[in-house]
Design a protein around this ligand. Structure first.
Ligand code: M6R
Length: 603
């Protein structure tokens, strides 16, 4: 949801900004821009489309300076045009500002500012902020920003520069992420860590309500009331190489292949940072209801956990879409455990659900991939998935890492509730440790899966069916296909097909069936027969040899056999590879599919 970069120091600001924006392009990519302080004053360059267009324009213009801000946009208010692209300038063109978020009271502010003579040049909600800074500016940029954001309702992460302050970068955050890094003679700002990985490893994650001033070698932070705060820096264990493609055609392809390591590291993390310590502040013995809240792919991981946990914990366990959960006013309290799952740790719907759960007295655990992110900070306890940096907008390795972490957490909770003996726990963990090896075996099936993609990439519709724990995996398979290939795909609980989707079946409708000996095999065979009877095309992923399945399937992919807990690790990589190759053959922008953003920080 828009990416921000800021720089002040001896390097060429334009180089740092453009490299940072390229690394943040997954956050939004319909237009981009930079503002650089040059000897001739502030220079603004903005372009519609991808960062590559901006890079070319900046090179052509030949501008250079040591202070600047940049932005890559995911439009919310106003079309993706050059005028609506950030940075935006005040009336004097001496102040420039970039923004990620939504200013909800922008209409009132715009009317008020227009009456006071401010000239607006865009249709964005953002532009009111730069005119507010102009209104309040009396020589102190930090104070002007503080007063400006005090008038704004909504979510924002902003970076502001002023031509009168050549070594100062001011930032503020409320609801949208911002990280700062400081080296002896320079300072950096960005929406997300990957932008700054080539320069720093220690980051200060700004908190809501904070205003920050960055100068070469210095970061000063104030709270909402203007009281100074001591910035806290955290080490992020990702290296810049993880942001390279390492010979793969796309980040998504690379990340699919990184899953064995991501899962192994996640499972190992329980040993390196004992969960007993992390969860010791919680009282889990009296829990009466568990909610798993998340969005998108993380919600599918939550659904997998619902299927795995309920029989283990003997408690009601409910997976909830975070944006719905917030408005359902569920009855929460000390005996409710809320597990918030988020790769980025910044998804606003999930973050607000966390806040609401805390306010209602529930105990909250975050399962998060990005160290130091908002959900990681705000949950009562956090368990990190160790998938490493994920650049592809479509989540892959973080999904299976989430499932690994959740499977482990389920076992751990069952043990804490006295429902699993020490020996059973050990055996289950041993079983889980087979997951990376199973993924490796499935990845070897890639040539056959690619062959399927070659046969089917021109089909306009797909149906995905699964039962039990394979149902959320069917949803995830369909989501992967639609988000990167733009093919319409629907996931369904196989037993529900006869209640509606069966009307879609005809001789040109591919139906991807997930079949396992562990999840109602006979019922799924009956569902396949229903498809067959209507001449649908059956693409079957099966983890068991069955003559009836063999006979029914038009195309059959045999996966390695496993236990119920391990099903996500065999079926998921196959579905991801299928979606990937279909999209690749269609020639879509696999890593940055249209209209999507990696981190959704607007409601
Ligand atoms: O960062 P989060 O896990 O909270 O993100 C949630 C969704 O936005 C995300 O999973 C989205 O659905 C991805 N595009 C899926 O590939």
């Amino acid at each position: 949801m828009c990416g921000i970069v800021g720089y002040v120091g001896p390097q060429k600001a334009e180089e740092v900004l453009l490299s940072g924006l390229t690394r943040l392009e997954y956050r939004g990519y319909d237009s981009a821009g930079v503002a650089i302080l040059t000897p001739g004053g502030l220079r603004l360059i903005r372009r519609v489309g991808k960062i590559a267009n901006l890079v070319e324009a900046v090179r052509e213009a030949g501008i250079t300076g040591n202070l600047g801000i940049g932005h890559t946009r995911w439009a919310t208010h106003g079309l993706p045009t050059e005028d609506n692209a950030h940075p935006h300038c005040d009336c004097t063109e001496r102040i420039a500002l970039v923004h990620n978020g939504i200013i909800e009271n922008h209409r009132e502010l715009r009317e008020e500012l227009a009456l006071r003579g401010h000239r607006f040049r865009s249709q964005t909600d953002t532009e009111v902020l730069v005119h507010l800074v102009e209104e309040h500016y009396q020589g102190d940029l930090v104070e002007a920003v503080r007063q400006a954001v005090a008038r704004a309702v909504g979510a924002y992460a902003i970076a502001v520069i002023h031509a009168d302050h050549p070594t100062v970068l001011v930032a503020a955050r409320q609801g949208s992420p911002l990280v700062a890094a400081v080296l002896p003679q320079e300072a950096f700002l960005a929406s997300d860590v990957p932008a700054l990985l080539p320069y720093a490893r220690r980051f200060c994650f700004l908190e809501d309500g904070e205003v920050a001033q960055l100068r070469p070698g210095e970061l000063r932070v104030w709270d909402r009331q203007g009281r100074p705060k001591q910035p806290v820096f955290r080490e992020v264990p990702w290296d810049p190489l993880s942001a390279e493609k390492a010979g793969f055609r796309h980040f998504m392809e690379k990340e699919i292949h990184e899953q064995p390591r991501a899962i192994a590291d996640t499972l190992r993390s329980e040993l390196s940072t004992p969960w007993e310590e992390g969860l010791s502040g919680l009282d889990l013995s009296e829990i009466e209801h568990v909610y798993l809240v998340a969005c998108g792919t993380s919600y599918h991981a939550a659904m997998v956990a619902e299927y795995l946990w309920e029989p283990l914990l003997r408690l009601p366990v409910t997976a909830e879409i975070a944006s719905e959960f917030r408005y359902k006013t569920p009855a929460l309290g000390r005996r409710t455990l809320v597990v918030a799952i988020s790769q980025s740790g910044e998804t606003i719907d999930t973050l607000v659900a966390v806040r609401q759960a805390k306010e209602s007295g529930a105990q909250v655990i975050g399962v998060v991939n990005v160290v130091g992110s908002a959900i990681a900070r705000e949950a009562h306890a956090v368990l990190y998935t160790r998938a490493g940096l994920e650049i592809g907008v479509a989540a892959t390795k973080t999904f299976t890492a989430q499932i690994a972490a959740l499977a482990l957490l389920g076992l751990w909770l069952a043990r804490a509730r006295g429902l699993l003996g020490e020996a059973e726990l050990r055996a289950a963990k041993e079983e889980l440790s087979r997951a990376p090896r199973l993924v490796e075996e499935v990845l070897k099936l890639e040539p056959k899966i690619e062959g399927w993609a070659q046969k089917f990439y021109t089909y306009p519709n797909f149906l995905y069916l699964g039962r039990g724990v394979l149902y959320p995996l069917a949803l995830e398979g369909a989501l992967k296909l639609k988000e990167i290939s733009y093919i319409h795909a629907e996931g369904y609980a196989a037993g529900e097909m006869k209640h509606g989707p069966i009307a879609l079946i005809h001789e040109a409708m591919p139906v991807v069936v997930l079949y396992s000996a562990q999840e109602l095999p006979h019922k799924v065979i009956a569902n396949m027969q229903e498809v067959r009877a209507r001449r649908g095309i059956l693409l079957v992923l099966a983890d068991a040899q069955d003559p009836e399945v063999q006979e029914l399937a038009d195309h059959l992919l045999l996966l390695p056999p496993s236990s119920r807990m391990l099903l996500p690790f065999t079926f998921t990589p196959a579905l991801q590879l299928f979606a990937y190759h279909v999209a690749r053959l269609k020639g879509t922008d696999v890593d940055q599919p249209r209209n999507l953003a990696k981190t959704v920080t607007v409601e």
